[in-house]
Design a protein around this ligand. Structure first.
Ligand code: MN
Length: 242
């Protein structure tokens, strides 16, 4: 039985009500939920501490703060400690969900932090700050320079990849709101897009039906760059086939 509108679990952060009001929280989650709904999915938002829905057809690991380096067997690097923001409750929820999705071959899309969570859950590592990779982090943080939906830098999608089957291979402009990136992809995952400066911008599993991580924020681009809708359509289609 394939569900008509597959249920897509979307992870989100837990904020105190006051901070949420200040930050306009819900705003961020609304972009993910809207993109999933427009693609034909039924979004279910889950924050740390929430009960998990009984049935899920796919998982979207959303953007947010940094994964604690202990999850990839590193201490916090003293030189970049000031750049890290952590949420240990979210780490535990999302690493568990990512591993369960991979174990059950449930379609999973990781976005920004989500691509990093997917990588760490499967045994890969991250750069704690892009400066450690010899990359200028300001090139990957467009806040204050471009609107959320505007591309900030180019990427190249590996033409032979499954991601190329979704987005097309070759050059593409993407937005950018990250100071970390994937250092070593997880075993069983391939790097399928890089920024012009070499930064890993997308990974995909070679052994799962659909396990993809992208470092940009397609949910912020869909209104102006329809090609980005295909990522959510691909997640929902894979979930429907489940
Ligand atoms: Mn970037």
């Amino acid at each position: 039985m394939s569900p008509d509108r597959p249920r897509i679990l979307i992870t989100t952060r837990r904020l105190p009500a006051e901070a949420a009001a200040r930050a306009g929280a819900g705003r961020s989650a609304a972009f993910y939920a809207g993109a999933v709904r427009d693609a034909g999915g039924d979004p279910v938002l889950v924050a740390p501490g929430d009960p998990l829905p009984a049935r899920v057809d796919g998982v979207l690991l959303s953007g947010g703060v940094d994964v604690h380096p202990r999850h990839y067997r590193q201490a916090i690097h003293p030189g970049v400690a000031h750049t890290l923001t952590l949420d240990e409750q979210r780490d535990l929820l999302e690493l568990d969900l990512a591993r369960r999705a991979l174990d059950h071959d449930l379609p999973v899309l990781g976005i920004c932090r989500g691509a990093q969570v997917l990588t760490v859950a499967a045994g890969g590592t991250l750069w704690q700050d892009l400066s450690l990779a010899g990359v200028d982090p300001t090139r990957h943080d467009q806040d204050g320079r471009h609107a959320d939906w505007e591309p900030a830098h180019g990427i190249r999608v590996e033409p032979a990849s499954r991601l190329a089957g979704v987005l097309g291979g070759g050059a593409l402009g993407v937005n950018s709101f990250h100071h970390q990136a994937i250092a070593s992809p997880a075993p069983g995952f391939a790097v399928v897009a890089r920024a012009d400066d070499g930064t890993v911008e997308a990974v995909e599993s070679t052994g799962h039906r659909f396990a993809v991580g992208v470092q940009w924020h397609p949910e912020r681009m869909v209104a102006h760059h329809p090609v980005q809708r295909r990522l959510f359509a691909a997640l929902v289609a894979a979930a429907r086939r489940g």
